[in-house]
Design a protein around this ligand. Structure first.
Ligand code: N1C
Length: 248
């Protein structure tokens, strides 16, 4: 009897957790759409949430594919503002700080509908169950989690559509400021369109007093420069100590 009660309790807990996830993304979708973008006002958030959860619910979390998220992407596509886009790698907090300082004149992935819904959330499903797990997803040691696949799909779409002068903030405190295995290196850079992007402005930020591991003159940035130039896009790089030195 005790076992049955515990079983029901755990089941209910997961069920409520799952509801939480759907509720959170529904709420985020609605508030984003209400916040003034006329292109998005008529989007059906219920349908969007359904497409989001369908991508991973009841599936083996280690076998989520790019195609699983295609219907969600289809429903959330939107135009992006040229000359305001900022990309980042290992600098999420700093870029968000910069955005606040510049009075929201920067546009990040999390400022898109799809990015806004997922920002700072975790999720995964389970084969043969309709549970949504938002707590212990990191424990299933897959090569790619449902969250990893999601950000790759969303970032590919974002990179394909960014336009004008695009900024990127990289960290000078890691061994490779430009890491080809990161989403920035493996998904975003290879998908920038020469017809849309005129320049990639790179900023490498260094901790005050901290160890400088990499910089604009290091080999990882040279590699980035080569890739970007080969794509016909102008490349610049500046080492900085503080966000105030970024003049976009
Ligand atoms: O792997 P990264 O950085 O190079 O990815 C960052 C890059 C940015 O330019 C964004 O446009 O890709 C986009 N992006 C997100 O917007 C995002 N929000 C949250 C990629 N990943 C994002 N996350 C989570 O951070 C996600 O779980 C992913 O795996 C990490 C990547 O962070 P990183 O290694 O610092």
């Amino acid at each position: 009897f005790v076992l049955i009660c515990v079983g029901i309790g755990i089941g209910l807990w997961f069920h409520l957790k799952g509801k939480d996830f759907s509720q959170v993304i529904l709420q985020r979708c609605k508030s984003y759409n209400a916040s003034g973008n006329p292109e998005l006002r008529d989007r059906d958030c219920q349908q969007i949430v359904e497409a989001f959860t369908k991508a991973f619910v009841s599936k083996d979390p280690c076998k989520i594919t790019w195609e699983d998220y295609a219907p969600l992407l289809q429903l959330t596509k939107q135009a992006l503002p040229c000359d305001k886009i900022f990309l980042w790698s290992k600098t999420k907090g700093l870029v968000e700080e910069l955005q606040q300082k510049q009075k929201n004149d920067l546009f990040l992935m999390r400022d898109t509908l799809i990015g806004h819904m997922a920002d700072n959330l975790k999720w995964c499903g389970k084969e043969g169950s309709s549970e949504i797990n938002t707590e212990s997803c990191q424990k299933n040691n897959c090569e790619e989690s449902p969250v990893d696949v999601f950000w790759k799909v969303a970032s590919k779409w974002f990179a394909e559509n960014v336009c004008g002068v695009v900024g990127v903030l990289l960290s000078g405190s890691v061994s490779q400021a430009f890491n080809r295995n990161s989403i920035f290196g493996s998904v975003e850079v290879p998908n920038l369109k020469r017809a849309l992007v005129t320049k990639l402005q790179t900023w490498v930020i260094h901790n005050k007093g901290g160890d400088a591991s990499d910089s604009c003159s290091g080999s990882s940035i040279s590699e980035l420069e080569k890739i970007v130039r080969e794509r016909g896009i102008v490349f610049t790089c500046k080492d900085i100590q503080s966000l105030d030195q970024i003049d976009t």
